[in-house]
Design a protein. Sequence first.
Length: 286
Amino acid sequence: MKRLRSRGAMKSFLRTGVYVAVLLFNGTARAAEAAMVLPASPQNQEQASLPPYPKDWDKRLGDDFFTRLVNYYALEWGRTEPPPDPTAPPSRRAGWSPAPVTTPPYPFTEWPYGGATSIGVTRPNSVDSPLMVALSNTEVGKVMNAAHIQMYGWISAGGNFSTNTVSPGGNWPAGYMYTPNTAQLDQAMMYVERLPDTVQKDQIDWGFRVAGLYGENYRYTIAYSFASHQLLGHNEVYGYTFRTCMAKSTFLFWPMDWYCGSGNSTPCPISNRRPRPATTCIHIRC
């Protein structure tokens, strides 16, 4: 009996030793990984070679809507960061943990969780929108900016060339470009939203988001009984849908989101059907 107990104690001791060794090795590996200095990507090197934004960049854009829109696109061309706003308040709560990832390579800096508002790092009017910059000198833009309401989106069009001649649906079951040898409007997407201020902790803030989509991609994002007659009743090539209708509020550390809508859709996917059609997409952000 004593021998069995001693063997059991020895096994427990060995297991504990192995567990501690694994923890030490894992900690050492993570420390080495954190200390590793990666070479800058070609895109980051290109960014470093660009001159900084001029301090009076807003004055150089012009006065009317179309001039400001074109000049703002030209100002941001080839850059990953928008021009700085010296009057903007801090975009991160004091003492808040730093952003876990960077853009690029990720399309976000905070880990997303179900499309909700990130606590401690969200300010109203914080979306980089060429459309809002172009509207800023108009009466509509001034009212929207005062109410912290933004409007932005994108237009995505595409086309494909294929040896398949069956029309329509010759590329089926591949989605999106399901008809060969066509050019089409994939999606015209528009967001109208007000982001709640989650950096401050003094008061309850509120927000909303309404997101509408029109184009061929509506069939992949539409919800049943919500304008679904376009697809189920008539199988229309082009249609509309509201991807998101969301109300937001936040107080201290507690976000609350109420929303309805349909699924997401990524512009310009690549067909996986063989032979693959040669696909070209044009994506314009606004």
